[in-house]
Structures are given as structure tokens and as C-alpha cells.
Design a protein around this ligand. Structure first.
Ligand code: GLU
Length: 551
């Protein structure tokens, strides 16, 4: 007579420790009372999705709000879905976008913490210890059903409009004796290990989701797979063991996992673990016409974190905006605390949207412009330069030819109470800075003040050099323009001009618009006096002459 206990020991001869020993190896963490331990547990299935980044950020701020800890575990048990370089992409994206990871896989090639290993593929012996333990108690059994048998059952279930899954009459191997199982193993049959579910569809479970409130669902009665035929655990099983041994207090993840909670709670129960608290985040939405839909990996480039890197959006912009959609109170808080670090915001999961936060590109760009407008010049120059190094080598070459000149460009109108909000991302810096580089400058007099003729404009451009002095500061500079006005038929004062517009060709502002167009090719730029100073007299005179000639 074989018992389940004997069979379990025989199958899992690789087990190194008992569950009790693991409890001692991974003891409760010594953190302050109430500290939350959160985690991101992605699978390496491709690029870093905005939704995963969002979840990482929510996990991070939840841990921070309690002096807790946020760790990263890689759920790489599904080798069919794994993508080469997936782990690195995830970690690179998270760290580049400002998510600090306290423990686990903390950056590409880096690993730290006493609760590891943090890759599920390196934890097989550990999972086997727990499966063995379940089997010894008769809570897990071996299933030899073939894929064909499973497929036939599924088809029948669909035809008869029943739930699909391995339960009740479909759980064929549930009643196999340990002797029979042993005989079939010895005959070389392949098998999986299943949970002997103690649940019933008739009963309901209840749990308090920290975002969505109380949720009630039928108990799990499926004998779910714990170990696949190659001995690798399923996600459901592995994550329960890991969340327990890594002493996770809060599982914060995507809404798509809500239907799995009954399975998960049951696993925690049969394993004798205390369940974590759950919070399920709604997906990020996008407006399409009148309706809303989930941000889509396929349709929306902004669904991939790669997009933000390629466009050159600062980490701070992305996080600042995501906080506004994560918490309805964030914007008001930010208005009252314009300079406070985000970590001061009292974040609460229960204030998150249940219907799904809307990602509004225009609003995101406005937030990013504001973030960039508040950065200091050294940081801007450094960020533009390193973005260009990777994504625009020609622009990078221009910037690095004279780093002090580059810095001077980005310093114009920076600082002060109402900084300009010209660019939302670093890829826009090239266009912003174009007229400072002869290689990029494109002359254009398009957008001249209304009513002026080419001859009027030419006269202004030809006369201006007579009062131009590169040493002038703002006030002197504008005073010189005003002084030039009457002789050209322009009114020095706008107010006076408005009283009698017919009496003049234009006013001093129109003169500076003409100069601006001639020198930069743009109607709208930062402080023109500073631009002239930076371009230097030779280039200024050259461009004025060129523009006058072209008119
Ligand atoms: N590996 C799962 C995923 O890819 C993790 C789900 C969870 O956080 O429990 O989303």
C-alpha cells in the first residue's frame, strides 16, 4: 500500500527544506508597525506597458506612505511567453522613469535582499516543498489527463453552457488512488499536480478590495494546476508561496486579476498563510470620440513606456501626470504645494478611480511643459543632450560643439515667477533651438504684422543696425527701438498708436516683431534681446541684411 505521503516524498526528492524551515529562513520582516510591503511581479513578456508602470508607481507610493518597502519579483515561469531581454526592459524602464526599487531585482543586473531568489525560475525547490506538503496532507494530487481529454471536456462544457475548468465530474483524476498514480508514473506517463479544491460554487467569498470596496464572488471549486508536467509551478501557485514568504502585505495589481482572487484566497488558506490585502487598479482609459476605451498596446504608441523615452518626456512629467490621474486630490494638493516633493502627497488607494482613469495627451503635455519650465538650466541642458545622444546624433553633435552655448540657449527666460512653457519633451528642443544654429535656422518672414508692406519691413530691417548695440540690456535695447520708430513712421507707444492707428504704419511692438522674424524666422520666441546677444552681432547683422534682401 502506497500513501500520498510516500508518493509525495518519492516524487519530490529535490526538496531541501520543510515549510517550517522556510518560515524560519524567511521570517516576518522587522519593519515598523503598519509598514506596507508591496511588490511588482511582472512576467518578462515584452516591453514595459504604461499600465504596469502605473501599477509600479502605485505600489511605490503605497509603500512610501507607510515607511514600507517595495520589491520587484520576476514571474518567469511561463517560458513560452517570455521574451528575450524582457527582464532588462522592465527594469531599465522602471529605473529610467524614476521608480526606486528597494529589494529584489533592483536594476538591470542588480539584485539585493534577504527574501530571494527573486526570479521564480530559481525557486523551484521551494515550490516543490510546499506542493509536497500539500500532497502529504491529501490536498494535492496527480493528474494524468491528456491534452486531448482536456480539450474534449472543454468543448463539452462550452456546448452545454457550463463553466470550463477541471472541477466536479470533469476532475477525472481526483479519485485516483496513490497506488494507481504510482503505477502510471512508473509506466512513464506524464502528469501535472493539481490542488484538491475544498471549495464549492454554491458558497461565496467576500473580500475588501482597497480600491473597489467589498467584492463577493463564488468560491473556487476548480482543481487548478499547481505544477505543470515539467515541474514548473503555475503563476497562481507560485505567487501565493512568494507573496507569503516575501512577506507581502498588499497585493496591488491590475483589475484583470479580480476573478482570480477566489483561487488565490483558497491557496493561501490551504497553505496555511495569512492572505494579503488586495487592491485592484482599473485600466488606464483613452477617450475616442464620445466613448472611452482601454489604452491599447496595439493602437496607442503612448501605451508603451518606450514612447516616453523616445519622445524625451522627463520621468518627473510622467510621474507627475500619472499622480493626477491616480488620485483626484493630487491636482489641488499640487496647486497648494507647488514645490513640495510628490512623496509628501498623502496618497490613498481608496481615492483611486474604479471606472478607470483617463489618459489625456494634451493635459499630459501641459503638465510636462510646466515640469520642464521649472527645471534649472543645467538639468535641462544635460537632459536634452543625453536624449539627443541616443535619439538624434546630428543635434547631439551641434549641442556638444559648444556646451556653454547650448546652456545659454536654454537659460533664456528660465527661472522667474512665470517661466515660459515652450517644450513638452526633449525631441521638441531641436525645433525650439533651431535658429541658434546656422545649420538648422530657416529664414522666414511669414506672419508679418498686418498692413505692413515689404518696403516698410525692409526699411525697418535696414535702419535697425544703426541703433543696434550688442551690449544693450533689455531696457536700453527696447528704448533704442522706440527711438528709431518715428523716423520710420511707427509709433513708439502702443497706447498712443491705438488712439490713432491710421496715423502710423504700426508701433514699436511691430518693429520688434519684424526684427524677431528676420533674426529667428519665428513670430513667437523668448526674450529677443537675449537672443540677439547670444547670436552675436555678426550673425544678427547678417540675418537682418539677408531678410531685407529677400523681401
Ligand atoms: N505575473 C502577474 C502579471 O504578469 C502578476 C499578477 C500579480 O501581481 O499578482 O501580471
Amino acid at each position: 500500500m502506497t500513501t500520498w505521503e510516500e508518493l509525495a516524498r518519492r516524487i519530490f526528492s529535490d526538496v531541501e527544506h520543510t515549510p517550517e524551515e522556510y518560515e524560519a529562513l524567511y521570517p516576518p520582516r522587522s519593519l515598523p508597525e503598519g509598514a506596507r510591503v508591496t511588490r511588482l511581479a511582472p512576467s518578462p513578456t515584452g516591453f514595459l506597458h504604461l499600465g504596469v508602470f502605473f501599477a509600479a508607481m502605485i505600489n511605490r507610493v503605497t509603500a512610501d506612505a507607510s515607511d514600507g518597502l517595495f520589491y520587484f519579483r520576476l514571474e518567469d515561469t511561463d517560458s513560452k511567453r517570455a521574451v528575450a531581454g524582457g527582464e532588462e526592459d522592465l527594469l531599465r524602464g522602471l529605473t529610467a522613469y524614476g521608480i526606486a526599487i528597494d529589494e529584489g531585482l533592483t536594476a538591470p543586473g542588480a539584485d539585493s535582499g534577504a527574501y530571494g531568489p527573486y526570479r521564480q525560475s530559481e525557486r523551484t525547490a521551494l515550490y516543490h516543498a510546499y506542493v509536497r506538503h500539500l500532497m502529504e496532507q491529501g490536498l494535492a494530487y496527480l493528474c494524468f489527463c491528456s491534452e486531448e481529454q482536456r480539450q474534449a471536456d472543454r468543448e463539452r462544457q462550452e456546448q452545454e453552457k457550463q463553466r470550463t475548468g477541471y472541477y466536479g465530474p470533469y476532475a477525472h483524476c481526483r479519485t485516483l488512488s496513490p497506488e494507481e498514480a504510482l503505477r502510471r508514473i512508473e509506466a512513464g506517463e506524464s502528469y501535472v499536480v493539481r490542488l484538491r479544491s475544498p471549495g464549492s460554487e454554491e458558497r461565496r467569498i467576500k473580500f475588501d478590495d482597497l480600491i473597489r470596496g467589498v467584492i463577493e464572488l463564488p468560491e473556487n471549486d476548480e482543481d487548478i494546476v499547481l505544477l505543470k508536467s515539467d515541474g514548473i509551478p503555475t503563476y497562481h501557485f507560485a505567487h501565493a508561496v512568494d507573496d507569503h514568504l516575501m512577506r507581502t502585505t498588499h497585493v496591488i495589481r491590475g483589475e484583470e486579476w479580480v476573478p482570480s482572487v477566489p483561487k488565490h484566497l483558497q491557496l493561501f488558506q490551504v497553505l496555511g498563510f495569512r492572505p494579503p490585502k488586495y487592491a485592484h487598479i482599473s485600466p488606464i482609459m483613452k477617450a475616442e470620440g464620445e466613448s472611452r476605451r482601454k489604452l491599447s498596446k496595439r493602437k496607442d504608441p503612448e501605451a508603451a513606456m518606450r514612447y516616453y523615452a523616445e519622445q524625451g518626456y522627463p520621468a518627473d512629467s510622467v510621474q507627475e501626470y500619472l499622480m493626477t490621474i491616480a488620485s483626484s486630490g493630487f491636482e489641488d494638493w499640487r496647486r497648494c504645494n507647488p514645490d513640495a516633493p510628490r512623496s509628501d502627497f498623502p496618497f490613498q488607494l481608496k481615492k483611486m478611480s474604479v471606472s478607470g482613469a483617463l489618459f489625456d495627451m494634451d493635459k499630459f503635455r501641459d503638465v510636462s511643459k510646466a515640469v520642464i519650465s521649472r527645471m534649472d538650466v543645467a538639468a535641462v541642458t544635460q537632459a536634452v543632450t543625453s536624449w539627443a545622444k541616443e535619439y538624434d546624433p546630428a543635434f547631439h553633435a551641434l549641442l556638444s560643439r559648444d556646451p556653454a552655448y547650448a546652456e545659454a540657449i536654454f537659460s533664456i527666460d528660465r527661472g522667474g515667477k512665470k517661466p515660459r512653457k515652450d517644450i513638452a519633451c526633449w525631441s521638441e528642443a531641436k525645433d525650439y533651438a533651431a535658429y541658434f544654429y546656422d545649420e538648422l535656422y530657416q529664414p522666414s518672414m511669414e506672419g508679418m504684422p498686418e498692413g505692413l508692406t515689404a518696403a516698410d519691413a525692409r526699411a525697418v530691417l535696414e535702419m535697425y543696425p544703426t541703433v543696434y548695440d550688442p551690449a544693450q540690456e533689455q531696457q536700453e535695447w527696447f528704448a533704442a527701438i522706440k527711438a528709431l520708430c518715428p523716423s520710420l513712421g511707427f509709433c513708439p507707444e502702443v497706447k498712443e498708436y491705438k488712439q490713432n492707428p491710421a496715423g502710423w504704419k504700426g508701433h514699436a511692438g511691430d518693429v520688434s516683431t519684424l526684427l524677431r522674424l528676420a533674426v529667428t524666422g519665428r513670430r513667437n520666441t523668448p526674450d529677443l534681446c537675449a537672443i540677439l546677444r547670444l547670436l552675436g552681432p555678426e550673425r544678427v547683422r547678417g540675418r537682418l541684411a539677408q531678410a531685407a534682401q529677400a523681401l
